[in-house]
Design a protein around this ligand. Structure first.
Ligand code: SF4
Ligand code: SF4
Length: 187
């Protein structure tokens, strides 16, 4: 990884304060990256994101797809000798990117509008308390105006029975609304 930058601690302090994670303790053992199940799809491995935060490389971190690809599985936290939850860090970066309007709209070379995908997923979660894939795909295609490009893939999934036609709603929707309200307050 070769990055030309002037080291700064401002970004490090911001991310530490937002995520509550002791990022400065990381000594690059790479155990998080070795266990990450989606590392193969990330622009940067989790330990690289942590290092770039330590160095203050804000733009490089926000330009990577990591914050959108991380599944929040917590494997990295379980493996880290310093109990750093890289998934929580990615979650904070996602919120910070959205708030600052720096969220990658369509990372170079990809045909996926990650911000729109993320918002479409959250919309179905807000409505039903759980993911509703068909609804999420419909929202995504409509909002991203990518209907032509992805219609074939969607139809194949429907044909193979991979998508449920109707959504299922959790019983205690009040709890879900409280979670969303709390997240809005935090912003
Ligand atoms: S496992 Fe922890 S200490 Fe090791 S590189 Fe990852 S974040 Fe840093
Ligand atoms: S929480 Fe995210 S970064 Fe950590 S192991 Fe899971 S997918 Fe990888």
């Amino acid at each position: 990884m070769s990055v030309a930058l002037v080291p700064s601690q401002t970004f490090l302090h911001e991310v530490q304060s937002h995520s509550g994670q002791p990022i400065s303790l990381c000594y690059q053992c790479k155990k998080c990256s070795a266990g990450c199940p989606v590392g193969f799809a990330m622009d940067l491995l989790p330990h690289e994101v942590i290092r770039l935060i330590q160095l203050g490389a804000r733009d490089r971190v926000f330009a990577a797809n990591n914050l959108w690809v991380c599944t929040g599985c917590k494997t990295c936290q379980a493996r880290c000798p310093n109990q750093i939850d890289a998934g929580q860090v990615m979650d904070s970066l996602r919120e910070m990117a959205l708030r600052a309007g720096t969220a990658a709209l369509a990372p170079k070379g990809r045909d996926v509008n990650v911000k729109t995908f993320h918002e479409s997923f959250l919309s179905t979660l807000r409505l039903f308390g759980r993911s509703y894939d068909l609804g999420m795909i419909g929202l995504y295609l409509g909002r991203s105006r990518a209907i032509g490009e992805h219609m074939g893939l969607g139809l194949n999934m429907v044909k193979k029975g991979k998508l449920k036609y109707l959504p299922e709603r959790v019983h205690r929707m009040g709890e879900i609304r409280k979670i969303f309200a709390k997240a809005r307050e935090k912003r």
